[in-house]
Design a protein. Structure first.
Length: 213
């Protein structure tokens, strides 16, 4: 118990440390002034939900995220599973919300991991979105497709287990599987967007939509 508390304290200290320098790869993304509190909370929420969709898309998704951080040379920022978890807990919808804010370097790191993992999963992403169109063309429930049903089930399980039902919007999603499935699909579409030419750069800019002058 003492060792666990020590790890958490150490991780918390590392999380809130101000950026002193950015790894060269992150300089591909422009530096924007981080938005005010409300905008920052939305940005952090959105990044975590996209990672949640990746976990639902592929078993072992969190391991892919850690491996991707290492491949990109970003393992000095995301050193271990605890650090990744704490970065994701900046999402205010989470039960374990930390009330902390990402730094510009941490936000860029999350964007790189999201985009690179999405690229690795391009085939299943496309397969699911093609299946959506096929089911709609046949005027059949999306859940009748095995792959879509499996994705929805995993996403719902992750969402319900990790998000705080006391949050109004979370409560709405939990009480409406249809709306939660719509959210899950919209995240798939955005992940596919990240795989395109200049995908991560366009994704990064989109996070500041309405915030960047």
């Amino acid at each position: 118990m003492t060792q666990s508390a020590s790890l958490m304290t150490e991780s918390n200290s590392e999380l809130i440390t101000e950026d002193k320098s950015q790894p060269a790869i992150l300089q591909q993304l422009p530096d924007f002034p981080l938005p005010a509190t409300g905008g920052m909370m939305k940005l952090q929420q959105h990044l975590d939900l996209l990672l949640l969709a990746l976990e639902a898309l592929q078993l072992g998704g969190s391991e892919y995220m850690l491996a991707t951080a290492t491949e990109l040379g970003l393992n000095k920022i995301i050193k271990n599973r605890i650090i990744l978890w704490r970065l994701r807990c900046t999402n205010p919808w989470r039960k374990c919300y930390t009330r902390e804010s990402l730094t510009i370097t941490q936000a860029k790191t999350m964007v790189f991991i999201t985009s690179e993992c999405a690229k690795k999963f391009t085939i299943p992403l496309r397969q699911l979105l093609v299946a959506v169109q096929q089911m709609k063309d046949k005027n059949m429930p999306l859940e009748n497709n095995f792959r879509l049903s499996e994705y929805f089930t995993r996403f719902q399980s992750h969402f319900i287990s990790r998000m705080n039902p006391r949050r109004a919007k979370v409560s709405v999603y939990i009480s409406s599987p249809e709306q939660l499935n719509e959210l899950a699909l919209s995240l798939l579409e955005e992940l596919l967007f990240c795989t395109g030419v200049k995908g991560k750069e366009r994704f990064w800019v989109s996070l500041f939509d309405g915030e960047v002058k």
